[in-house]
Design a protein around this ligand. Structure first.
Ligand SMILES: Cc1ncc(C[n+]2csc(CCOP(=O)(O)OP(=O)(O)O)c2C)c(N)n1
Ligand SMILES: [Mg+2]
Length: 369
């Protein structure tokens, strides 16, 4: 039985791979290996996209390395394509694990003609229609009030769906976060709020962020249960998020889950050298020793189904190949024509946009408008 408001994060597996409580039967070696494959794929996806950044082929990326157990575990706790997800900008691993094709993610990062937004969103801010994965916004916590509204609509319509809303620890200081949490609680709406607490909001540490002891205790103020989970233990994430999702689905009102994890890389490419400026190498090393992928590998070894070095290398090579292929395929579709900037919003273009379009046309034709 999963309990809210525990003083310590709920965990099932220790860093060395030893279970600290009995593992539910559904975690067969095949299931665990599939989770491992998804986590390793996400880690290598980060590596490849950072290379693309350095090559100047995309201009923004926020890696999720270190947070794979939280995002893959969440993806496996909800009904994909049925529930609605209001994500934040670090959630590409959540998207990949929900089945968003790599080709879509890469096209969006490159802003090519194969991108469904055709370059009109910030890179790495994708949306996925088939997965009910709502378009990502960079404005911290701006997804929380509309997610609460989405859940209120689901309750009003009586549909068998829930709303999942993710955010970082920093988001919990925004007014939007409190407004959304309050609204969902007051309406007893079917919303599952997930805090991916990676303990930093760029250079602001969690200790500077809030005087609350933890994030999950804030749930009490909004009349909902708050769960605290070890976000680097994928089984714990699936057990807690799965339990909370079913409580929400059964009409118990909203819930908050705090996944305690760590971003081992930089915040984004706008923050290249975190260890030099605001956190210590020792802190990062301590969290690298709690790596979620290594923990799952340790568990598989303990269960007698180790991932061999050859299998690991083959999985890494497969992801690198897949990314390379998808990058070439996306680039082959070409860059969108500049004119599409003015399409798909207004049926009749307002005057100021007409003027801007004329200005750009003149630029493109060297003054021959
Ligand atoms: C409303 C708003 N204020 C400030 C920023 C600048 N900003 C971008 S990311 C970020 C930190 C967010 O940290 P957190 O919510 O913990 O998520 P994380 O990046 O750690 O995953 C800030 C302050 C922003 N994008 N939007
Ligand atoms: Mg954070």
């Amino acid at each position: 039985m999963i309990q809210p408001f525990t003083p310590e994060p709920i965990r099932f597996v220790a860093e060395d791979g030893m279970p600290v409580q009995p593992l539910p039967e559904r975690y067969t070696p095949e299931v665990l290996r599939d989770l491992h494959r998804l986590m390793l794929q996400a880690r290598e996806f980060d590596r490849k996209l950072i290379t693309l950044l350095r090559q100047g082929r995309t201009t923004f990326y926020a890696q999720s390395s270190g947070m794979e157990a939280t995002q893959v575990g969440l993806a496996r706790s909800i009904r994909v394509g049925h529930d609605w997800v209001w994500p934040y900008y670090r959630d590409h691993t959540l998207g990949l694990a929900m089945g968003v094709p790599m080709s879509e993610l890469i096209s969006q990062c490159l802003g090519t003609n194969s991108d469904s937004c055709r370059g009109r969103q910030m890179p790495h801010h994708f949306a996925a229609q088939r997965q009910n994965f709502v378009s990502i916004s960079s404005s911290i916590a701006s997804q929380v009030p509309p997610a609460a509204g989405n859940a209120m609509a689901q309750k009003y319509l009586g549909v068998d769906e829930i709303t999942v809303c993710t955010f970082g620890d920093g988001a919990t200081s925004e007014g939007d976060w409190h407004a959304g949490m309050n609204m969902a609680g007051a309406a007893q709406a079917p919303a599952l709020f997930i805090c991916e607490n990676n303990q930093w909001a760029i250079s602001t540490s969690i200790r500077e962020q809030t005087a609350s002891e933890t994030i999950h205790i804030k749930a009490k103020a909004y009349g909902m249960p708050g769960y605290y989970v070890d976000g680097n233990d994928i089984i714990a994430v699936m057990e807690v998020c799965g339990y909370a999702a079913e409580q929400v689905r059964s009409g118990q009102g909203p819930a908050l889950v705090e996944c305690l994890t760590y971003r081992v890389g930089s915040h984004s490419n706008a923050d290249a050298d975190a260890e030099k400026h605001y956190r210590t190498r020792e802190e990062v090393d301590a969290w690298l020793a709690r790596d979620p992928i290594t923990r799952l590998e340790n568990l598989l070894a303990h269960l007698g189904h180790p991932v061999t070095a050859e299998e690991r290398a083959a999985m890494i090579a497969q992801t690198h190949r897949e990314v390379d292929e998808q990058v070439l395929a996306a680039e082959a579709t070409g860059q969108p024509d500049w004119r599409i900037m003015f399409e798909d919003v207004y049926a009749d273009l307002p005057d100021h946009l007409r003027q801007q379009e004329a200005f750009l046309r003149a630029e493109q034709t060297g003054g021959r408008a």
